[in-house]
Design a protein around this ligand. Structure first.
Ligand code: GUN
Length: 295
């Protein structure tokens, strides 16, 4: 069994991105600039946005963090997004999800200019992805593709079982794994909370992508020897043995599943750092797009 080390792969990719940002600046262009919007103070969202902003600094990108009180209205938030759409100094915009219940995530995502949609969540980005056109790919599936590429895991012809059908991970992942590209050409089964006899599918999988958001959901009896496991889950569970009283676990029961696998991503330090790489790749692509360097 080999651990797919997200931190190490991300470090490698971030080094390349740092050089790319330097090259842009050497040509007299501005550093790529990401604007992140955080509404409220959900601790997990705070941590994710903090890590995105820190990574921008590490790579020599500019970033702006706009924080709003949980009481902000949908209309006001859209107004701020429109200002960022019109600001030539900003290349990429991300709105950290989830949003408070009175704000429609669809209305917010739809208000982001597709040229600045570095999360790849806008209908234009998702539509282009579905059609195999050049676009911003959603950061987590993009990061997973880069991870498979880095470890030279050839998924062509393999049976991939994706568990979870969110717009952010499961659904785009199923599209990208099956497209006629590289990585791609896998046979994909998209399973979800209503799938009957899930085990019948997972026991026939060459690759399992677990993105259902339930702690240690994929257990050893669901996995055949040699499977590649990609664990997208980040779940906080109680752990009295820890000083903090809690710890992070994935959607896979790592301790019991890992010995069966050919490859497995740990949680933390697996998919998480790759997601940030996906976002940073998109941000630099947005800067190049807006500078007329790519179509
Ligand atoms: N919430 C959970 N994952 C993500 C992500 O990739 N982007 C944003 N904006 N919010 C998220």
């Amino acid at each position: 069994m080999q651990i797919l080390d997200g931190t190490a792969v991300a470090a490698h990719i971030k080094e390349q991105l740092k050089h790319e940002a330097e090259a842009l600046k050497a040509r007299g262009l501005n550093a790529p600039h990401l604007a992140a919007i955080l509404v409220g103070n959900n601790p997990a969202s705070e941590a994710y946005v903090g890590s995105k902003v820190r990574t921008c600094a590490e790579l020599g990108f500019d970033s702006t963090l706009l924080r709003f009180d949980v009481s902000i209205s949908e209309k006001e938030l859209i107004h701020h997004i429109q200002q960022l759409n019109d600001d030539n100094a900003v290349n990429g915009i991300l709105v950290q999800l989830p949003l408070p219940p009175h704000i429609s995530p669809d209305a917010i995502i739809n208000s982001i200019s597709p040229d600045k949609d570095v999360d790849g969540f806008h209908p234009t980005s998702q539509g282009k992805m579905l059609l195999g056109q050049q676009t911003f790919l959603p950061a987590t599936p993009y990061g997973i593709l880069m991870m498979l590429e880095h470890y030279k895991i050839d998924i062509a012809g393999m049976h991939c079982v994706v568990i979870g059908r969110s717009n952010i991970v499961g659904t785009p992942m199923s599209v990208l794994l099956s497209r006629n590209g590289n990585p791609g050409n896998a046979t994909v089964t998209l399973c979800h909370s209503r799938t009957k006899n899930l085990k019948d599918f997972t026991l026939n999988a060459d690759i399992i992508v677990a993105a259902i958001g339930r702690p240690r959901f994929v257990t050893a009896d669901m996995v055949r020897p040699g499977t590649v496991i990609i664990d997208v889950g980040i779940n906080r569970i109680d752990d009295a043995a820890r000083k903090s009283g809690s710890r992070l676990v994935g959607d896979v029961d790592f301790d019991n599943v890992a010995p069966l696998c050919s490859y497995i991503t740990p949680v933390p330090k697996g998919v998480g750092p790759m997601t940030i790489c996906g976002l940073m790749k998109n941000t630099i692509a947005a800067a190049k797009l807006q500078a007329g360097m790519i179509d």
